[in-house]
Design a protein around this ligand. Structure first.
Ligand code: GTP
Ligand code: NA
Ligand code: MG
Length: 342
């Protein structure tokens, strides 16, 4: 038995700051490199607990949060209205989610759409009220905890933030959620926490990550307990041509172990394909799977939860969003039938 990393999907309206938030956590700058600054793919990034501890700077200790999970596996989704399918895929995979809202803009069409996806899958989530650095008169304190930077703002600025937070509380209330600023939440199972952050300055990110770790360990432990040596289960994020590799599959493995040479069963529009894994590729640590074209490292196996690129023959018709299962000779027919029903 093993506790795996929770899969955390980041959802929200276009340009409200999903990729920038992950860039801040990773210490990368992917958002700048995207065409038109618009995310058009779904990406996965593993953040080890060590990195999270560094960002949280003592908050885990302060709130007596143990470190049981090995990290967080983040899924970035596009906010542009054209990509509903990718948002749903991100939502369906998530153990937990961050609903990101530009605090100065409030709820927008894809914020509601994302919220409906979370409702549909009953995914626990926190709201990140982003871009607090753009509040008029805000004095930024880079990478500071929200409560520290908030204390240092003049009363008028504090009031302005509170007003904007209560607008979010109102929007969430209309959608049937009881929400509060995270430090006023009394019951994390029935209330939604709102964490004011700036993805640009890093303010509030210590609390956002602390909250995710705490929630995951307190409420999702059963769901995160897996057999680390059982055959893998996963979901195909994207089916992609890669130079020199042919058609590859970007996948999220949420249970068990996936090994080179494993026989995998996948869905196509026609039927089921059975193929053998030629190689497994991982992005470098803290890099995103969709960005690391030349930087992949071959690995013999991956254990859940992981994002991995799979090279295998005969996968070009596999349906993005469909399941992946490992089969042994003795249970191949069962797995075939199981996967047809999904
Ligand atoms: P899509 O993936 O296209 O839906 O957008 P996104 O939600 O990933 O937003 P993205 O990270 O691309 O950010 C959009 C713009 O907002 C960029 O210019 C960012 O630099 C800016 N931005 C994001 N977060 C912040 C923030 O906290 N403060 C400020 N001032 N700007 C931010
Ligand atoms: Na964007
Ligand atoms: Mg983005």
């Amino acid at each position: 038995m093993k506790i795996r990393s929770p899969i955390v999907s980041v959802l929200g309206h276009v340009d409200h700051g999903k990729t920038t938030l992950l860039d801040n956590i990773r210490g990368t700058a992917i958002a700048h490199k995207e065409a038109g600054g618009i995310t058009q793919h779904i990406g996965a990034t593993e953040i080890p607990i060590k990195v999270i501890e560094e960002i949280c700077k003592g908050l885990l200790e302060k709130y007596s949060i143990q470190r049981i999970i090995p990290g967080l596996l983040f899924i970035d989704t596009p906010g542009h209205e054209a990509f509903t399918t990718l948002r749903k895929r991100g939502g369906s995979l998530a153990d937990l989610a961050i609903l990101i809202v530009d605090i100065n803009e409030g709820f927008k069409p894809q914020t509601y759409e994302a919220l409906n996806i979370l409702k549909m899958y009953k995914t626990p989530f926190v709201v990140a009220a982003n871009k607090i650095d753009k509040i008029r008169g805000w004095k930024a304190h880079k990478n500071s905890s929200f409560l520290e930077t908030f204390e240092k703002q003049v009363p008028k600025v504090q009031q302005s933030l509170e007003t904007k937070i209560y607008e979010l509380v109102g929007s969430l209330h209309e959608e049937g959620f009881n929400a509060e600023r995270f430090d006023r939440v009394t019951d994390f199972t029935s209330q939604v926490s709102i964490v004011p952050i700036s993805a640009l300055t890093g303010e509030g990110i210590p609390e956002l990550l602390t909250l995710l770790i705490g929630l995951a360990q307190q409420y999702l432990k059963d769901q995160l307990t897996i057999e680390s040596d059982s055959p893998a289960k996963g979901t195909i994020l994207e089916v992609k041509e890669e130079k020199g590799l042919g058609t590859t599959l970007d996948a999220i493995i949420y249970d068990g172990v996936l090994k080179q040479n494993d026989k995998i069963v996948l869905l196509t529009l026609e039927d089921v394909v059975v193929t053998r894994i030629r190689s497994l590729l991982k992005p470098k640590p803290l890099e995103e799977i969709r960005e690391s074209k030349t930087e992949f490292k071959r690995v013999k196996e991956v254990v859940a939860a992981s994002g991995v690129k799979i090279v295998a023959p005969g996968v070009k018709d596999v349906i993005p969003g469909s399941p992946l299962r490992v089969a042994k000779d003795e249970n191949l027919e069962d797995i075939r039938n199981e996967i047809r029903k999904e």
